[in-house]
Write a protein that binds this ligand. Structure first.
Ligand code: SF4
Length: 395
């Protein structure tokens, strides 16, 4: 694995076992992502973009199964093989090292909890210790202030010297709160005792995160429920949840699909801004080539469960090599020109064509295309294409 890569997907195969037959959703997918880049994963609906992203989190729902390949992810100085991780390590990784923004924010938000509780849940899963320390420290300061007021500054300084400020009972109470703030004991302690600093530390962080995604009046929004939020606001809240632990890799699965054009532009600007501030890598899934042109550094084009071309954003728009990528770009509507569609239909993934899966729609199809699946060829520096036109046989 290159030092510069944050994610490597090698020969990934995913199948869905349905009553209609076996859906070959991903067929030997290869993908690399570099540190700090935005990689656009582009393709028609049903080509396998979302299945690829769910596989990276190991969240492919049944009847889907990851049946082969490798996924390597680098967090800090550690390189993990995602498909070999145990459940505990996976839970730690999800939400902290890799997090995801889903398509439909309202379906993702829990309608019975307010925004603060939902963001706090992510924070407490991964950053509990941090809040525990902050709460004990705030409590200690408060106790010293009260002591100074009651007995003078010297008495407070003496107590601080011997360190008898937070009792074992108080520290244990914070720990109980950190373990489960929603439990009856947790709520009781927060309400009736002085051990409420823990909750207030978490609340401060929730408000800070909401501010970072440009939500106006974050204190008020933190108390709101999902049904009280507009579409754009709900998506910002979902982005806030995804960013709560500063993930190394953020997967954004068509996050602007159901938003109107102005809100879409705001969310795209926000994602660009966040990438600059957080230095995370972003896997941006979309079928919108306009979004790719605005946002991405590199692009991987998918067709029927395969990555068919991968290069930087300028090359893909300037000189796409794969016949499908060429047809996709030609099908962008242009003022004053007749609309060009790609002939034929996307093949059934239950019984996909042998060889190249694009062969029944391709004007350049050759004998070899009907029999052998094209591997990735490096057509020029950093420009990979899976098409026999660029292989040794056609030279
Ligand atoms: Fe067309 Fe053959 Fe290339 Fe597939 S491999 S895109 S069928 S030329």
């Amino acid at each position: 694995m290159s030092q510069n890569n944050i994610l490597e997907v090698e020969n990934l195969n995913v199948r869905f076992y349905t009553y209609a037959g076996v859906v070959e959703a991903l067929d030997s997918v290869n993908l690399t992502m570099r540190k700090g880049e935005i990689l656009g994963l582009v393709g028609e609906t049903g080509c396998g973009k979302s299945v690829t992203s769910l596989s990276v989190m190991r969240l492919v729902p049944p009847p889907g199964k990851i049946e082969g390949g490798n996924i390597y992810f680098v967090a800090g100085s550690n390189r993990h093989s995602v498909l070999k991780m145990d459940d505990g390590s996976l839970r730690k990784m999800r939400g902290k090292d890799i997090s995801m923004i889903f398509q439909e924010p309202r379906a993702y938000l829990n309608p019975v909890y307010n925004v603060e509780d939902q963001i706090a849940e992510v924070l407490l899963e991964h950053r509990k210790e941090e809040f525990l320390k902050a709460a004990i420290e705030t409590h200690r300061k408060k106790r010293l202030e009260n002591l100074a007021k009651a007995k003078g500054a010297k008495a407070a300084a003496d107590v601080e010297k011997i360190g008898k400020v937070s009792s074992t009972f108080e520290v244990n109470t914070y720990k109980k709160l950190a373990r489960n703030p929603r439990s009856l004991a947790g709520r009781f302690l927060a309400k009736f005792s002085r051990q409420r600093y823990f909750k207030s530390e978490v609340r401060k962080e929730v408000v800070r995160i909401l501010k970072s995604v440009e939500i106006p009046d974050p204190e008020r929004v933190a108390r709101m429920y999902p049904h009280e939020l507009s579409g754009g606001m709900a998506q910002r809240v979902v982005i806030a949840m995804a960013l709560a632990c500063n993930p190394t890799l953020l997967i954004a699965d068509e996050p602007t699909t159901n938003l109107d054009v102005t809100v879409q532009a705001q969310i795209l600007n926000l994602i660009k801004q966040l990438k600059k501030n957080l230095n995370s890598s972003i896997l941006y899934i979309t079928h919108d080539l306009g979004v790719v042109a605005q946002l991405c550094d590199r692009v991987a084009v998918m067709y029927a469960g395969n990555i068919i071309e991968m290069t930087d954003v300028f090359k893909i728009f300037d000189k796409p090599l794969h016949p499908y990528a060429q047809a996709l770009l030609e099908s962008i509507p242009r003022p004053g020109q007749a609309f060009k569609s790609i002939r034929g239909l996307v093949p059934s993934m239950i019984n996909p064509p042998k060889g190249c899966r694009f062969n029944d729609r391709c004007s350049y199809a050759m004998e070899i295309c009907l029999k052998i699946k094209p591997p990735f060829f490096e057509a020029s520096k950093d420009h990979y294409v899976a098409c026999h036109l660029y292989g040794e046989e056609s030279k």
